[in-house]
Design a binder for this molecule. Structure first.
Ligand SMILES: Cc1cc2nc3c(=O)[nH]c(=O)nc-3n(C[C@H](O)[C@H](O)[C@H](O)COP(=O)(O)O)c2cc1C
Length: 163
C-alpha cells in the first residue's frame, strides 16, 4: 500500500498554496498518496504516515495559526517524519548573514517539532510602493522581485525528501 502524506500549508496572500501543490504533485509521482490541506482548517494528522508542513513567512516567523497547529498536534507529529518548508521574500541570498536569518525563521517551529528536512523557497512579493520596496531591500538583504516561485527548485527538494 502506498504511504499517505499530508501536505499542509498556511498562507496569508495565497502564494504558498501553489508551492504546496507542487510538492504534492512530485510526491504523487514518487508513488505517495498526497493530500494538500490548509493548516488554518486544522488538517487532521490521523491516518498519515508522514507530513510536509509549510508556511508563508510574515515578520520573520511562520504564520500564527501554524504554531497553534503544531502545539495541538505535537504528539501525533512526533510519531511520523515531518519535513517543513517556508515561503518567503527576503533573506534569499547565500551569505552567512542571510542564511542565518533564514534559518532563524524556524526557531519557534523547531521548539515544537524536529523536522527531517527544511526547504526555503522564494514566494511572491505583493505590489509595493517605492518606499516600501527600499525598506524591504534595506532590511531584507536579497529580496525577490515579483513572482519568485521556482517550481524546479521546489520539485527537486520534494524528489529528495526522505519521509
Ligand atoms: C506583512 C508581510 C510581512 C513579511 N515578512 C517577511 C519576512 O519577515 N521575511 C521574509 O523573508 N519575507 C517576508 N514577507 C514576504 C512573504 O513571505 C512572501 O511574499 C510570501 O510569498 C507570502 O506568501 P503568501 O502569499 O502565501 O502569504 C512578508 C510579506 C508580508 C505581506
Amino acid at each position: 500500500m502506498s504511504k499517505r502524506v499530508l501536505v499542509g500549508y498556511a498562507t496569508n496572500l495565497g502564494s504558498s498554496v501553489k508551492v504546496a501543490e507542487k510538492i504534492a504533485e512530485v510526491l504523487r509521482e514518487r508513488g505517495f498518496e498526497a493530500d494538500v490541506r490548509s493548516l488554518k482548517e486544522s488538517a487532521a494528522i490521523r491516518g498519515y504516515d508522514a507530513a510536509v508542513l509549510g508556511s508563508a513567512i510574515n515578520g520573520g516567523v511562520w504564520l500564527p495559526e501554524t504554531l497553534a497547529y503544531l502545539q495541538s498536534n505535537r504528539e501525533s507529529l512526533s510519531k511520523i517524519p515531518v519535513a517543513v518548508f517556508s515561503v518567503h521574500g527576503m533573506a534569499l541570498g547565500d551569505s552567512e548573514k542571510e542564511t542565518t536569518r533564514r534559518l532563524s525563521y524556524l526557531d519557534k517551529v523547531r521548539q515544537v517539532i524536529d523536522p527531517v528536512a527544511e526547504g526555503f523557497f522564494a514566494g511572491k512579493m505583493q505590489e509595493m510602493n517605492w518606499l516600501q520596496a527600499q525598506a524591504f531591500k534595506f532590511f531584507g538583504g536579497t529580496v525577490v522581485e515579483g513572482d519568485g516561485r521556482d517550481y524546479e527548485k521546489i520539485a527537486a527538494w520534494a524528489k529528495e525528501l526522505e519521509i
